[in-house]
Every structure is written in structure tokens, then in C-alpha cells.
Ligand binder design. Structure first.
Ligand code: PGA
Length: 238
């Protein structure tokens, strides 16, 4: 089980540090679940420091494929490793939809981050329109195969199934819908699959109890230490 908190563009260094200190206390004694937080770039150093010698991993929200170069606005795996960051999300639907990231870019990011020793959470998921027109499996197949072609079933690779219509909308996939999509993804690539999309303390236990759900990528509910810790606890007992 892995629970990762995607903070998106929230929490500057001071707020992030205070949150990390609080979360650390709340997760003491919680076992059987790996936990990662994904702060914005400028808060990474503060969070790494606040979580020093704790079990909570610090991941970035995106990472470039080159070691260095003329790539304005991008950050390389080596730069993040130097800070003490040990992994990254890639291919979040907000990156794909708002910033035009293609399957090929996502796959390149995943491959080089894994080669650099990073843990990678690679996101896939269909839009509402695609689900309603019966294209969910086709979309997942294209997205997962791009990642698997580039990175294979790498041992540090985790997939996150995040139906786009469930992200930040309060609409969660039913446990059955999640199970069906996760089982389909695992049939394409034999790696753990996290569920993401409006995960909250109230629905976490039921989602986590599905056979093919191996954890969660949490957005909104990861910004509050109480609700994020409650989701981690739900995962530790399911
Ligand atoms: P949400 O976001 O939990 O706020 O729906 C999930 C995500 O975007 O990773």
C-alpha cells in the first residue's frame, strides 16, 4: 500500500514545513503503509528537512528527462536527488490537459527518472467524454502501453489510475469501477496501481479494500493533516 499526497500548487515553504512536522507526529505508530508527499518545487527542501529520518518519502510533482540543458522551467532528476527527493509523479492529467504533455513526454519522464533511481507514480485516466463513449479501456491501453514500452515493469514504477472526471470534483469512481480499471491496467503492466480522484477519509477504506487497489494518490484531502493521516490509517488496516 502506498498513499501519496499531491499538493499541486499549494503550500509555500513555511506552510509546507509546518504541515510536515504535524503529519510526522500523526503518523507515528501507523504501519503497513508507505507514505509520500509531493509538495511544489519551492517547498521540497523545507519538507525534506522536516521529514529527515522519518519514513515519509518526499516526491516531486513532475521531473524532466534530461540531466541538464536548455529546458526553461524544468527540473532534472539529479537536481531533485541532490535535495533528498526520492521520486516524482509524472503524467498527471493536469499536466496532460493544461500543459499539453503527450504520452511520449510522460514516458520519457518516467524512463529517465527510473534510470536515475527515482520512484515514479505515472498517472493515467480517461475523461468523462471518453468514458461515456465507451473508450475507457482504449485510452488506458494507449497511456499504459506508452509508459510500459519506455520503462517496462520497473520495480520502482507505480501506476495511478485517475479518472479525469473524478479529480477535484467530489465524484469518486465506485469501488467496482476502480477495481475494473485497475485489473485492466494490471493485465497490461504488472505493477501496483493507486487510485486517485476525490479520495477522502470517508471513502478510502472501501476503495483500498478492492483486490487490485494498491493505494491512493490524494489531492484535496492531502492538504489537511487530519484527513491525510486518516486516509493513511485506513490504508494501513485494509
Ligand atoms: P483530488 O485530486 O483528490 O483532489 O481529486 C487527485 C489528484 O489530482 O491527484
Amino acid at each position: 500500500m502506498l498513499i501519496a499526497g499531491n499538493w499541486k500548487m499549494f503550500k509555500g515553504p513555511a506552510e509546507a514545513e509546518a504541515f510536515a512536522v504535524e503529519l510526522r507526529g500523526r503518523l507515528e505508530g501507523v504501519s503497513g503503509v508507505d507514505v509520500a508527499v509531493c509538495p511544489p518545487y519551492t517547498s521540497l527542501a523545507a519538507v525534506v528537512q522536516a521529514l529527515d529520518r522519518s519514513e515519509i518519502a518526499v516526491y516531486a510533482q513532475n521531473v524532466h528527462w534530461a540531466g541538464d540543458g536548455a529546458y526553461t522551467g524544468e527540473v532534472s532528476p539529479a537536481m531533485l536527488l541532490e535535495l533528498g527527493v526520492t521520486g516524482s509523479i509524472v503524467g498527471h492529467s493536469e499536466r496532460r490537459q493544461l500543459f499539453g504533455e503527450s504520452d511520449e513526454m510522460v514516458a520519457r519522464r518516467a524512463r529517465t527518472a527510473l534510470e536515475a533511481g527515482f520512484g515514479v507514480i505515472a498517472c493515467v485516466g480517461e475523461t468523462l467524454e471518453q468514458r461515456e463513449s465507451g473508450d475507457t479501456e482504449l485510452v488506458l491501453k494507449i497511456q499504459v502501453e506508452a509508459i510500459s514500452f519506455a520503462a517496462g515493469a520497473h520495480e520502482r514504477l507505480v501506476i495511478a489510475y485517475e479518472p479525469v472526471w473524478a479529480i477535484g470534483t467530489g465524484k469518486t469512481a465506485t469501488p467496482e469501477m476502480a477495481e475494473e480499471a485497475h485489473a485492466f491496467i494490471k493485465g497490461l503492466l504488472d505493477r501496483p496501481v493507486l487510485y486517485g480522484g476525490s479520495v477522502k477519509p470517508e471513502n478510502a477504506a472501501e476503495l483500498m479494500s478492492q483486490t487490485s487497489v494498491d493505494g491512493a494518490l490524494v489531492g484535496g484531502a492531502s492538504l489537511d493533516p487530519d484527513s491525510f493521516a486518516a486516509i493513511c490509517r485506513a490504508a494501513s488496516t485494509s
